[in-house]
Design a protein around this ligand. Structure first.
Ligand SMILES: C[S@@+](CC[C@H](N)C(=O)[O-])C[C@H]1O[C@@H](n2cnc3c(N)ncnc32)[C@H](O)[C@@H]1O
Length: 230
């Protein structure tokens, strides 16, 4: 098993219930919305997951491409947004094959931790090619080294308390603890980066980058970076 198959369940164990999943994706969509530069923008959300609020993002741009590697998640996205005039669902390979300079905004949120360093370098190079001059890459939810698991657990409990699913969050943490997640952490691993390490990677990939004041989503110990073609 790898991280893509871990996320390829109809209802990922990572969301403690439907309310958690929907509040999670609505929060992310509202945060992405703030980065859309104009109603004419072409936007790519790479590793979008279940993206249950992608229509909020699509409402503010011309076209939204949702790239998702996990086949069952992709099938459910395709069903959810079938007939939506602005949303297209594609594979990671299809994203890589798109024409250069296709997008004004590319978002990759909460995916970098599941990529090896060389995979991250490869997608950054791909994003650099896919972004228009003056476009923006938003690289969100970068996990810093140290205390990643306890801080993620506390952030989930706080998010649950603020949104009416505290006890479900507590139960969900137990389920995650006995799921494949801890085993995959040990065998496949999770990638953690300091702020300086991400800045260096983005610079090497041809971007000028800064850390955003706030992370996208609910976990403010994690980091979002805003990067533009140098
Ligand atoms: C935590 S979810 C993030 C989903 C969404 N962006 C969000 O913020 O909620 C992690 C996503 O990373 C994707 N993923 C994991 N490994 C990947 C890989 N090697 N290449 C591309 N996507 C990957 C999974 O399919 C999953 O959709």
């Amino acid at each position: 098993m790898d991280w893509i198959s871990f996320y390829d369940f109809k209802h990922s164990v990572i969301y403690v219930n439907t309310r958690h999943r929907d509040v999670h994706y609505r929060t992310i969509a509202e945060d992405i919305h703030k980065y859309i530069p104009s109603p004419a923008a072409h936007v790519l959300d790479y590793g979008c997951g279940e993206a249950t609020s992608a229509d909020l993002v699509a409402a503010a741009c011309r076209q939204l491409m949702l790239a998702e590697a996990a086949p069952n998640v992709r099938a459910s996205l395709t069903m959810r947004y079938a007939g939506h005039p602005k949303i297209a669902v594609i594979t990671s390979e299809q994203a890589a094959a798109l024409p250069k300079a296709s997008f004004d905004l590319i978002v990759m949120h909460s995916v970098a931790q599941y990529l090896s360093e060389s995979e991250l370098e490869r997608v950054l190079a791909m994003f650099r090619a896919l972004l228009k001059p003056g476009g923006l890459l938003v690289l969100g939810d970068i996990v810093p080294p140290h205390f990643a698991a306890p801080s993620a657990a506390f952030a989930l409990l706080r998010f649950g308390a603020a949104n009416g699913f505290f006890w479900a969050a507590a139960g969900g943490l137990m389920r995650i603890f006995v799921s494949d997640y801890p085993r995959l952490r040990k065998t496949v691993g999770l990638s953690h980066y300091s702020e300086a390490a991400v800045q260096a990677k983005l610079t090497r990939a041809g971007f000028t980058a800064e850390r955003a004041a706030r992370n996208i989503g609910h976990n403010q110990r994690r980091m979002t970076f805003l990067a533009r073609p140098a």
